[in-house]
Design a protein around this ligand. Sequence first.
Ligand code: G1P
Ligand code: ZN
Length: 542
Amino acid sequence: MSHQTIATTPIAGQKPGTSGLRKKTRVFMGPHYLENFVQAIFDVVGAAGKCFVLGGDGRFFNAEAAQVILRMAAANGVARVIVGQGAVLSTPAASHLIRLNQTDGGIIMSASHNPGGLDEDFGVKFNMENGGPAPEAVTEAMYKRTTEIEAYQIWQGQDVDLGRLGRQHLGAMIVDVVDPVTDYAALMESLFDFKAIATMFAGGFSMRMDSMSAVTGPYAVEILQNRLGAAAGTVINAQALPDFGGLHPDPNPTWAKALMDEMFSQAAPDFGAASDGDGDRNMVVGRGIYVSPSDSLAVLAANAHLAPAYAGGIAGVARSMPTSAAADRVARALGVESFETPTGWKFFGNLLDAGRVTICGEESFGTGSDHVREKDGLWAVLLWLNILAVRKQSVAQILAEHWAKFGRNYYSRHDFEAIASDKADAMMAALRQSLPSLIGHQIEGMQIAAADDFAYTDPVDGSISRAQGVRIVFADDSRIVLRLSGTGTQGATLRLYLERYVAGPEGLDLEPQQALAAIIRAAHTLAGIESFTGRQAPDVIT
Ligand code: G1P
Ligand code: ZN
C-alpha cells in the first residue's frame, strides 16, 4: 500500500444539482472525474480523523466507485468509514446510519430514479452529520473547489472486501462493513405498530410491493414478508440489478405500469406500492384507485397520530412549492405550522432539525418525517399500512373521507423531456419577463391573481434561494407552476405543475386531467410551450 498524490486539472461542469452531482456513467468513469469531485468533498468538509458512512443504490459502477472513494478516504486521513455490505445502502438507510452512529456525514452513490448502466446515469452526493443532503452553500463550495483543484490523494493497493461483514483496515483507516437492512428495519419497527399491521396481514389483507429491481428489494422482503408476515411473493422485482432490469426505477404510473395494471384489475390486492432506485421515493395505490403524492402527504399528515411514533401529534408540515396545497389544509385543521419550500429535500433539513415540522413531502413521490433527513419510500408505505390497520377501511374510503372533509386539490405534473437547453431557457426567460403584466389578466375564463418567480427565505438560517420556479395563481387558488428540472443529465426537462381546488361536496370525483383541462390550456398559451420548444404534449404525466 502506498499513498499517492495525483496531479489533476479542473473538469468543467461538476456542479451539484437538486440532489448531488449526476452525470452519465461514462462521464463518471472518465479519467479523474470521480476523484476530482470526491477530493473536492473532502477539501470542503474535512477528512482527517473523521467518520463517514458510504453506500449506494447498487447501480452499475457502484462497487468500483466505492473502492475509489474508500482509497481516497484513507489517503485523506479519514479515521473510519461505515459501509453497507456490497457498497449498498438505500438513501434513507444511509441517512439513518449517519445519525445512529453520529458520524460526520456520508457519501451516497445514486442517481435515484434515473436508469442505470454503462450508458445511463450515475451520481454522488454528500450528506451532512444530521443525515440530510448538503445545503446549497456547501455544494456551491464543493463546486468551486472542483474549479481550482490541482491534486487528489489516494492509496494504491488492494480492494476492501465489501462482501464480508465486520471490521477491516485500509492503511490506518477502519472500514466497518454492515448489513444494509438491520438497523433500518429496527428503526421502522420502533416507529410503527408492527403488531397491528401483522394482524391485518394475518387476517388476509393482500399487498403488492414493486421494488422495481432496485435497492429496496431486500429491505421490503425483510420488513414486509419476514417481520410483518405478508405472503411470500408480496414483494416483486425484489432482486436489485445494476441496470434495474433496463427500466426506469421511478415509482409513478408511467414507469410502474405493471403495478398500476394489477391494482386496477379484477384480482387487485388491497394495497399496492412501489419505490425507486435508491429507496427514497414511493407510490401508493389502492384497489382501483391511484393516490397522488400530494394527496398521500395530506392523508399521512392527517392520520400520522395513528402510528406510535407520532401519537403525540405532529409539529408541522412542509411541502415543496410545486406540491399541491392539500397538506396546508390539514395543517390548518390541526392547528400546526405549514411551510412551502423550494424543490429538493435539502430544504426540509433546517425545519426538521429545528423541530418546526415532523412530516414533509414533495409531489415527486417523496414523503418522509423527522426519523431521518431524507425522504423515505418504505417509511411512507409502512405509515399507510399502519393507518389502514387502525382505520380498517380501504384506501378508496380513506381518500373519499379526506376529500369530503378538506375538499380536493386536483393535481397533475406534465414533463417535457430532453428539450434543447437553449430553447427551454429562452421559454423560461420570456415567461419570467411577462410575469408582471399577467396579473389581472383573464384567460380561459379565469382571472390571474398573482404571478411571480418563487423565492424562499429559510425561516431557520435566513438563507435566500431565488428563481425556484414560476407561479401563476388564479383568483380561485388554481395554480400553474413551471420550472426546469435540476436532476436531468440530458438537455432540459420542463416540469409543468397544475392544480385546481374544489371544495365539494359536488365535483370531488372528476378525472384529474379533465378537472384540469382549462388550466392546462392556459399554461400552454401563457408559456408558449409549443412555439418555444416545438412540443405539444408531455412525455410523462403523473
Ligand atoms: C426531482 C424532483 C424533486 C426531488 C428531486 C430528487 O428534481 O422534482 O422534487 O427532490 O428530483 O429526487 P428536479 O428534477 O425536478 O429538479
Ligand atoms: Zn430517489
